[in-house]
Design a protein around this ligand. Structure first.
Ligand SMILES: *Cc1c(COP(=O)(O)O)cnc(C)c1O
Length: 364
């Protein structure tokens, strides 16, 4: 075998791309139900009405999907009250985010985002040959929007605002977002990533659609992967002004969103009332878990998403190992903390038990 690496020239930008670590599946164990609480998936199985639509759509898999995603775009426009021209769909909101960076950044241009935040951000930025400017979260694991505004240079093209922030949980508030946007130059695109919007109950959280309507340089990113439970089908979207929305349609993978995904998303919008009951139940579980963890003594930051953040620092990997021993796969960020998805009640109970005994054995 020859060393392909020595012959084929790959882009230097790839050297800067961190490898994405997917949540590993929970290992099967005798007599113990294992739970993967590492990927913020929705624990509920698909709704029967959505599954029926998917089965029907599967019968057309010899055909390409509607490249313009016409029906889903129209359904979203009705749902959100925005014109169809201002909606761009893609293969999950990570796919749409990749399109956003491709559409805005030349090599060396800068993308500002909070850190720690979503692991996909450094990857999509590096893939475009752009430069990540990571601004540390504040002591409450919240975005430091003042520091983010101060980080703007003449190379800045995009600022990502993740609210609620993955993996820590807090939202930004409307008033601080407005003050921040007042400081950002109008040619810099601000993307509000609302992957967990449906789990938010904080009354001060932003109305991102109203914010985008007021400002030409704001786009909103949303997904069907979390609250809608369609993570496996890869469909997300952006709401943005022309010409940004048009640029996103240009950078889309042709036929990227399958007919199955398009149909499932339409059916899920129609079934929102039923899905909302499940989201409410997950939010109630979140409140229960957060209260119990704080009662145990954990300094858990506020979370408006479907996960909780345990700021474990140097003990992160030991905690992940302890959780694994109890049949729970969490998402460790070594040296920082562990993100744990709110899942089935039994998984949540087990998380509380692992956290309790870990804390009892730990010397701070
Ligand atoms: C899960 C998540 C997404 C959505 O990813 P998809 O590609 O739509 O599955 C986007 N942003 C954040 C912050 C997320 O956590």
């Amino acid at each position: 075998m020859t060393d392909a690496k020595a012959i084929v020239r790959l882009r230097h930008a790839l050297d800067a791309v961190p490898a994405y670590k997917p949540g590993k599946p929970a290992a099967a164990r005798d007599g113990v139900t294992t739970y993967k609480i590492s990927s913020n998936e929705n624990p509920y199985p698909p709704l029967p009405s959505v599954l029926a639509v998917v089965e029907k759509a599967a019968a057309q898999m010899n055909r390409y999907p509607d490249m313009a995603v016409t029906d889903l775009t129209q359904a979203l426009a009705n749902h959100l009250g925005v014109p169809v021209e201002r909606i761009a769909t893609g293969t999950g909101s990570v796919g749409v985010l990749g399109q956003i960076i491709q559409a805005t950044c030349d090599p060396g241009d800068e993308v500002i985002y909070a850190w720690r935040s979503f692991e996909a951000y450094p990857i999509v930025v590096a893939l475009a040959g752009a430069t990540s400017v990571q601004v540390p979260l504040d002591e409450h694991a919240r975005h430091d929007l003042d520091a983010m505004a101060a980080a703007v240079t003449d190379r800045t093209r995009v600022i990502l605002v993740c609210t609620p922030n993955n993996p820590t949980g807090p939202v930004v508030h409307q008033a601080e977002l407005d003050a921040f946007l007042d400081k950002v130059p109008e040619h810099v695109l601000v993307v509000i990533d609302e992957a967990y919007l449906e789990f938010v109950r904080d009354g001060q959280a932003p109305d991102a659609i109203a914010t985008y309507e007021e400002r030409h340089n704001v786009a909103v990113l949303r997904t069907f992967s979390k609250a809608y439970g369609l993570a496996g089908l890869r469909v997300g979207y952006a709401v943005a002004h022309e010409p940004v929305a048009q640029a996103l349609r240009k950078t889309a993978v042709p036929f990227g969103v399958s007919t199955i995904a398009q149909q499932a998303a339409i059916a899920s919008l129609a079934a929102w009332d039923e899905l909302a009951e499940r989201v409410d139940a997950l939010v109630a579980e979140r409140e229960r878990v957060v209260a119990a963890l704080r009662h145990q003594g954990w300094p858990v930051p506020d979370t408006e998403a479907n996960f909780v953040w345990l700021p474990l620092g140097a003990d992160t990997e030991a905690f992940a190992k302890a959780a694994d021993g109890a049949g729970l796969v969490v998402r460790p960020f070594p040296g920082e903390g562990a993100r744990c998805t709110i899942a089935e009640t039994e998984a949540n109970d087990r998380l509380l038990e692992v956290a309790r005994s870990f804390l009892a054995a730990r010397t701070f």
